[in-house]
Design a binder for this molecule. Structure first.
Ligand code: NAP
Length: 206
């Protein structure tokens, strides 16, 4: 049976997932947005950030998200930002498909991550990701522009937002351009922890 298509992001309380410019990534607001995830044991092990880390519901959510993912899809701006920051062994350990206008050969990294650059639209990208993922799920990793295209096309089954206690004021909005007349949400779970509030929704067509 084919897996689900989902996304899972950290979002500021006012609806942003990144600062406007990638130069501000790793700045204070970004770190506040992502503070919960950097502390988790699974995340630290995966990115080789060092031993230790928190265990508990936040860590379980990080681990479950990685374990369910058989392939990821991302936009070119997310890739560009990550290309500068990911280590030799990026944290995906699966095929990653980059939606882009740029033609580029596959980029194979250590630990099972190969980035493939696909130029023929979001549906074709998703077909390839589904095939690569087999029975596992496909994660639309980000960023906002890419996620919204998949939402508007009715191709997302479920999503998780870790609502972080930070205000951005401006930046990359998660739901910029969403077709609100088409996308309806069904609450699945709301779980507050000490660091963030985890919100999970199923997506339905109106
Ligand atoms: N907070 C979180 O959890 C989280 C998660 C993921 C990402 N992010 C952040 O989100 C930011 C990026 O988000 P974003 O919305 O600015 O950009 P994005 O969705 O990552 O990338 C958009 C770009 O992808 C390419 N693209 C998108 N759709 C396409 C299509 N249908 N056909 C061909 N190319 C297409 C285009 O680039 P080209 O024309 O150049 O090919 C487009 O400019 C980054 O800063 C990243 O760190 C945050």
């Amino acid at each position: 049976m084919a897996g689900k298509v989902f996304f899972s992001v950290s979002m500021s309380l006012d609806g942003f997932i990144a600062p406007e410019s990638s130069e501000e990534l790793m700045g204070q607001q970004w770190m506040e947005l992502q503070q919960w995830v950097f502390r988790q044991r699974h995340f630290r092990e995966n990115l080789k950030l060092g031993k230790g880390g928190e265990e508990g519901r936040d860590n379980d959510i990080v681990r479950e998200t990685f374990e369910r993912t058989g392939a990821s899809v991302m936009g070119k701006r997310m890739f560009d930002a990550g290309e500068q920051m990911w280590p030799e062994e990026p944290p995906f350990h699966t095929p990653v498909f980059v939606v882009t206008h740029e033609e580029r050969d596959p980029w194979e990294r250590q630990g099972g991550t190969t980035f493939r650059f696909v130029n023929d639209g979001i549906e074709s990208v998703l077909d390839r990701a589904r095939e690569a993922a087999g029975e596992q799920d496909v994660r639309i990793a980000g960023g906002g522009e890419t996620i919204v295209q998949y939402l508007n096309a009715g191709l997302i089954d479920q999503f998780h937002v870790a609502l972080s206690p930070v205000l951005f004021g401006s930046g990359v909005r998660l739901f910029e351009g969403v077709d609100a007349g088409r996308v309806a949400l069904e609450p699945v779970r709301a779980e507050p922890t000490q660091r963030v509030t985890h919100l999970t929704y199923a997506v339905r067509e109106r």
